[in-house]
Design a protein around this ligand. Structure first.
Ligand code: HEC
Length: 160
């Protein structure tokens, strides 16, 4: 009885190794085709927040890609202008003062309150919750759909 369980376990382990081995043994040159056929991993909410936090604090997403804007941003991360806790109030060139991004300032005291969609619009196009154009010192970020969503979600739910 015990021996057969050990045998099955060993067989499963070997089968696992075998499938890895066959991938590694695929002919060189077909790497790109193999990589693009692998489906993107499904993200759990926790990793969306982790990605948003990484973008906000460091300017790099969790894959290590530096976020960018057009024209290029004066500072490389959200936190560099808005502070790590989002409280803002930093004096920047051309008389710009970074906005307070914490929940009170962005939701409770705003008409209309910022939603995820309004935040995504402000971050990517510089149009605020009231349809007004933000100071040009606030970069117009060029982010992937996922990075834009994740940083907006981080701002909306994590900055207190
Ligand atoms: C170079 C400095 C700078 C960087 C970097 C920066 N911001 Fe800003 N941001 C500003 C300034 C300045 C304002 C205020 C603009 C105004 O008053 O018109 C602002 C405004 C905003 C607003 C609008 C708030 C409101 O009250 O309407 C949001 C949202 C925002 N920033 C989010 C972000 C996020 C998210 C990032 C990172 C992806 C970021 N900002 C990076 C300078 C910056």
């Amino acid at each position: 009885m015990n021996r057969s369980i050990v045998f099955v376990a060993a067989f499963v382990a070997l089968a696992g190794c075998g499938s890895h081995g066959s991938k590694a043994a695929s002919p060189s040159g077909s790497g790109a085709a193999v990589a693009s056929s692998v489906p993107a991993p499904v993200r759990a909410p926790a990793s969306a927040i982790a990605n948003g936090r990484s973008i906000f604090l460091t300017g790099k997403d969790s894959a290590g890609v530096q976020i960018s804007a057009q024209p290029p941003p004066l500072m490389p991360s959200c936190a560099a202008c808005h502070r790590a806790n989002g409280s803002g109030g930093v004096h920047l060139p051309n008389g710009a003062i970074s906005a307070d991004l914490r929940h009170n300032a962005l939701v409770t005291q705003q008409k209309p309150p910022y939603t995820l969609a309004l935040l995504e619009r402000a971050i990517s196009t510089g149009v605020d919750n009231q349809g007004e154009t933000l100071n040009q010192v606030m970069p117009r970020w060029k982010l992937s759909k996922r990075d834009l969503h994740d940083v907006a979600e981080y701002v909306l739910t994590q900055l207190k």
